[in-house]
Design a protein around this ligand. Structure first.
Ligand SMILES: O=C(O)[C@H](O)COP(=O)(O)O
Ligand SMILES: [Mg+2]
Length: 430
């Protein structure tokens, strides 16, 4: 037997091995704790220690995490609504044997579990992870990722486009489908359900699914382009899997899932079921800001996006690089990570959404590149001449940006784009 106390979880001379999961935290120690004590409590509580000293068999310590790096740092103050705060950047290495391969809930119960509420720290944020190969490849990753641009569409190198009918809930099935048809025939690739539209009485899931896909077929015939539908299958338990099956049966190519509100075990189940059918997954991140909005606490959007890639979504909302209506965390850096090599796992196509309109597209593409899905709801349906004109305007703006053409020149050819620019200019909405 050996005794372990939380101080045993700190070793500044430790060098993480290739098989360790390395997590970077922002930590503000509690008033009565020094930085090293707080860092070792983080490593202890997130692996196999606790507040009290324990007597254990020697081999149990092989599962202990090690805080190996504790450096002063500061966060916040650079974005509205945040204060500059002083704390510590803490590196913690976790041995692979601590984890159940392929189980995201188990991994998160370690690295983003009790420690987020632990009184030893005033603030703690999981900022970044370096995933070791054995752990990363125990997950499936995306089936398609950015390859959807060719495999579902014929979009080549341009961003694909999506729209959410607005109002986000309340349209009848007929109204919803008609909005989709107008958008598709105006040049949009994807009709998308909103995050809080699932199976309500005013617009039942199964009616919406079949009628939308019928309208998609008509729009494809009319435009000669491939079109698709991001139908929100979010539901409790087996019902969500039944909805996935229904999408495949009805001839869809994609499902949409509210990944944070559903939970990662559910996302993993959906990924498995979609594999049977060859369906792609669009991830909406509603509720992410409950974890990532404050720079000094929670779990960063960067880590949420990493989790989503491992679990196997093909597209995920990552923000608009501060151009849209929602607060954003380093959209460009997150998107770059989603495209980076990860032991051969497929990449993820980032979706820019939330307050976008055609006038913002040139700057968006400048900041984020063309490997994107660009979604506009209000920026299409709020067009003075309606949804069809709004769709034409967004598509013209996207085609121009992808071709490196000036938006003003494109607006001379496409009156709907000129109208959109006249209405919204390049303003950032709230
Ligand atoms: O789900 C989304 O991404 C939002 O509904 C975006 O809507 P907006 O384009 O009107 O902001
Ligand atoms: Mg929405």
């Amino acid at each position: 037997m050996v005794g372990i106390t939380y101080e045993d979880f700190l070793d500044r001379s430790y060098e993480p091995t290739a098989d360790d999961l390395v997590c970077r935290f922002y930590v503000e120690p509690a008033a009565d704790m020094d930085a090293e004590a707080a860092a070792s409590r983080v490593a202890s509580e997130s692996s196999n220690g606790t507040w009290a000293a324990l007597q254990v068999e020697g081999s149990v310590t092989d599962l202990s995490a090690t805080a190996f790096d504790v450096e002063p740092t500061s966060v916040g103050g650079d974005t509205p609504g945040t204060d500059r705060r002083e704390g510590y950047d803490v590196g913690v290495a976790y041995p692979m044997a601590l984890f159940e391969p392929g189980s995201m809930p188990q991994v998160l119960s370690c690295i983003a579990g009790n420690i987020l509420g632990m009184k030893a720290v005033d603030r703690i944020r999981l900022r970044d992870c370096e995933w070791p190969e054995p752990l990363a490849t125990s997950f499936p990753g995306p089936a398609y990722g950015s390859a959807v641009r060719d495999r579902v569409f014929d979009a080549g190198d341009r961003p694909i486009t999506a729209t959410v009918p607005k109002p986000k809930v309340g349209l009848s099935t007929d109204q919803h489908v008609e909005v989709g048809y107008q958008a598709w025939t105006g040049g949009i690739d994807l009709l998308k359900d909103d995050e809080n539209l699932t199976d309500q009485a005013f617009n039942p899931f199964h009616d919406r699914l079949t009628e939308s896909l019928d309208a998609r077929d008509r729009a494809e015939e009319e435009t000669g382009e491939r079109k698709s539908y991001l139908v929100n299958v979010t539901a409790p338990g087996g019902e969500m899997l039944d909805r996935v099956d229904a999408v495949a049966e009805a001839g869809g190519e994609y499902v949409m899932v509210d990944v944070v509100t559903c939970g990662w075990a559910a996302v993993q189940q959906v990924r498995e079921r979609c594999d049977r059918h060859g369906l792609a997954i669009h991830a909406h991140r509603a509720m992410h800001a409950g974890f990532d909005r404050l720079p000094d606490h929670g779990v960063s959007m960067r880590v949420i996006a990493q989790i989503a890639r491992l679990c196997g979504v093909d597209q995920i909302h990552t923000g608009t690089a501060d151009l849209g209506k929602l607060a954003n965390e380093d959209t460009a850096g997150i998107n770059e990570w989603l495209r980076s090599d990860l032991y051969g796992l497929a990449d993820v196509l980032p979706t820019a959404s939330g307050g976008l309109h055609p006038g913002l597209v040139p700057e968006l593409v400048d900041r984020l590149g063309t490997q994107l899905c660009i979604q506009a709801g209000g920026g299409i349906h709020g067009h003075p001449d309606g949804t069809h004109a709004g769709a034409k305007a967004l598509r013209a703006a996207v085609d121009a940006a992808a071709a490196g053409e000036d938006i003003e020149a494109a607006a001379e050819r496409e009156p709907a784009l000129a109208t959109a620019i006249e209405k919204w200019g390049t303003e950032t909405p709230r």
